[in-house]
Design a protein around this ligand. Structure first.
Ligand code: PRP
Length: 188
């Protein structure tokens, strides 16, 4: 169970070791928001969050960006075992507004193999945006199969299965305020 002062004790998080504490995530997300604000000054931005895992990162990042922006949500699902992406990606919920001519910033919770983001970027480019960049909270280099340029990266993490702050295990644990690994077997 997390014991740091900045962690809210949660019974559902008892089985997880904290990899990234809530305060550290909040600090990094604010820094990313400031960088994005500087880089897109004078432009209008469309954030495209990849559901479901990005919903908390999107909510916090959007509030850390001091620019006019619109928020879109794209449902993507990759099939395979519960812990590994298969590379077969399906759109389960499409954008509600066209992104043609817009500056699009994709908001991803994690880039692991890179298969999902690779599919997504190719798909978005067919919609003729003015620009497309990527903001990812987490990146696992050890498991990456398709390299991509991450313009705004929160943290590089080891090749462990992580949950919390939007990321799930069989649909659960997305509401943990920290990012954790199953302990003790999967502990970093
Ligand atoms: C997760 C995550 C990314 C993708 C990254 O989504 O949110 O979209 O996997 O993995 P990759 O780089 O190996 O493709 P998931 O399919 O688990 O759906 P979810 O966001 O609804 O949990």
């Amino acid at each position: 169970m997390p014991t740091a002062e900045n962690e809210r004790p949660m019974r559902i998080g008892e089985d997880f070791k904290v990899l990234l504490a809530a305060d550290d995530i909040a600090t990094r997300v604010r820094e990313l928001g400031q960088a994005i604000t500087r880089d897109y000054e004078g432009k209008e931005l469309t954030l495209v969050a990849v559901l479901k895992g990005s919903f908390l990162f999107m909510a916090d990042l959007a509030r850390a960006i001091d620019l006019p922006l619109t928020c879109e949500f794209l449902g993507l699902s990759s099939y395979g075992s519960r812990r590994e992406s298969s590379g077969i990606v399906k759109i389960t919920q499409d954008l509600t507004q066209p992104v043609k001519g817009r500056h699009v910033l994709v908001v991803e919770d994690i880039i692991d193999t890179g298969l999902t983001i690779s599919y997504l970027i190719s798909n978005l480019r067919t919609r003729l945006p003015e620009s497309v960049r990527i903001a990812a909270l987490l990146y696992k280099p050890d498991n990456n199969k398709i390299p991509c340029k991450i313009d705004y990266l929160g943290f590089t993490i080891p090749n462990k299965f992580v949950v919390g702050y939007g990321l799930d295990l069989d649909g659960c644990y997305r509401n943990l305020p920290f990012i954790g690994v199953k302990s003790p077997d999967d502990a970093a």
